[in-house]
Each structure stands twice: as C-alpha cells, then as structure tokens.
Design a binder for this molecule. Structure first.
Ligand code: ZN
Length: 153
C-alpha cells in the first residue's frame, strides 16, 4: 500500500521547508545533540523545563526531510506538555514508526499522536525509522541529562 509519495506526505514536506521552532533557545536548561550516521542527520535540541513542564523547546540541525520534519513536529507537539506526557508520546511514536514492533513496554494508555501520524508510513522503510526517531532519542537524552551525544547506532 505505502509508497514513497505517501511517505513524504504534504505535512512532512511543509515542515521540512519551513521547520517550526528552528532556533537556538537562549534560556534552555536541558540540551542534547543527536546524530544519525546512517543518513548524516544532525540535531541540537534545546528545552526549557520548569516544574516538570516543557515550557519551551527548539532545535537546530541539518538532515533529510524526514528528520527535520520529525524534529519540527515534535517540538510543536511537546511545547507545554509535561515530561511524563512527552515520554508516553515517545513510546507511542516509536511504536508507530516500527509498525508496533519496537516498544513492548508501551503502556495500554499510549496517547494519540494526532498530526505525528503523518510518519506512520515510515515503518515500511526501516532505514528511515532512524531519521524519524532521531529527535525523540535526543529528547530522551536531554530529559535524562546525558552529556554524551546520542547516535542512533
Ligand atoms: Zn535522515
């Protein structure tokens, strides 16, 4: 059913062309860098977290359409969410882009992904899964306060 045209849905192309929250966040108190050597995608993620809430989130980076759009839509989705909600969304997202095969620990009350469902076609293209999840892995590292750059390998 899926083909490359469906993979690169309009919404993905739009976010790639005009990434949202694409800037350095001066008041960031959590940051992390991610790298996907398979594709060459790079991302720097900035978060301002207060009282367990993601007050602001932004990113900079250079990568393919999937990785840029994924980071852009992730920042849009997570602004104002709690860290707990962000973690659950990560599980839902990861589950979706691996065709349900990646996260057995995904709780039964996994939150709905809304616009992020644009990436559901990615699961047919295993190489692209790392592009789509790079921003989310980087988010995890930022929330856990890891200093080492994340790689998807
Ligand atoms: Zn990529």
């Amino acid at each position: 059913m899926s083909n490359m045209r469906e993979l690169y849905q309009e919404v993905i192309l739009d976010h790639n062309k005009r990434p949202r929250n694409f800037r350095r966040l001066e008041e960031a108190n959590r940051t992390a860098n991610g790298f996907n050597p398979l594709c060459g995608d790079k991302i720097a993620l900035y978060l301002n977290v207060e009282d367990g809430i993601i007050k602001d989130i932004s990113f900079e980076g250079l990568g393919c359409a999937i990785s840029t759009a994924s980071a852009s839509m992730m920042t849009q989705t997570l602004k104002g969410k709690s860290i707990e909600e962000a973690r659950r969304l990560f599980h839902s997202f990861h589950d979706m882009v691996t065709c349900g095969g990646g996260r057995p620990e995904c709780p039964p009350d996994c939150p709905a992904l809304g616009k992020l469902e644009a990436f559901s076609g990615v699961c047919e293209f295993p190489v692209r899964v790392k592009c789509a999840t790079l921003a989310w892995h980087t988010l995890n590292a930022a929330l856990e306060g890891k200093d080492d750059p994340v790689t998807t390998e």
